[in-house]
Design a protein around this ligand. Structure first.
Ligand code: ADP
Length: 164
């Protein structure tokens, strides 16, 4: 049986921390779907399309076993509809743990055939979160090295556009 995993997140925008999880996840599964899971009522800096395009630009090249998709629905239903049985998540600080633990338990209750698998962050990305990146970049701080160059440029464009 093919091992297909779904890596869900907001990816607003994708960071080097996400890429670390994706790169390592690719070694564990036959197929990996990166899912931009969005809530239409929540505001975001990048649109769903922009987020998917950025993901495609930075990770999809030459990777036949990677796919990028989006969904606003129930995660376990999406996972099942793709014939996948694993949800891949990354863990940073202890503060991630409680939320991730709750999500894993509720998802397991909703569908017992799906397991959540956690990978510990690479130590360089311990404090890298999309929210902190946006906050720092919005205040003019340099986030170079924490996100791919193309994301760095798009962040600058976004904030210049907002300021002007
Ligand atoms: P963020 O918390 O950065 O807004 P997402 O909602 O897009 O990120 O997160 C998707 C998944 O990626 C979550 O499991 C999250 O814990 C994980 N993740 C995000 N940043 C990192 C990182 N720097 N290292 C490891 N995992 C991460």
């Amino acid at each position: 049986m093919k091992k297909i995993a779904v890596y869900p997140g907001s990816f607003d925008p994708i960071t080097n921390g996400h890429i670390d999880i994706i790169t390592r996840g690719l070694r564990m599964f036959d197929e990996l779907i990166i899912l931009v899971a969005y809530n239409p009522n929540k505001s975001s800096l990048f649109t769903v399309e922009e987020r998917m395009d950025l993901i495609r630009e930075v990770v999809i090249k030459d990777q036949k076993i990677l796919r990028v998709d989006c969904s606003a629905g129930l995660l376990v239903d999406y996972v099942q509809s793709k014939g996948a049985n694993v949800i891949l998540r990354g863990l940073r600080a202890v503060s991630d743990f409680e939320y991730e633990f709750q999500m894993a338990l509720i998802n397991r209750r909703l569908n017992r055939d799906i397991e959540t698998v956690f990978l510990m962050t690479g130590y360089q990305w311990f404090y890298t979160s999309s929210n902190l990146i946006k906050e720092a970049a919005g205040l003019g701080g340099s986030v170079k090295g924490l996100v791919p160059d193309i994301v760095f440029e798009r962040l600058q464009d976004k904030f210049n556009h907002i300021k002007n």
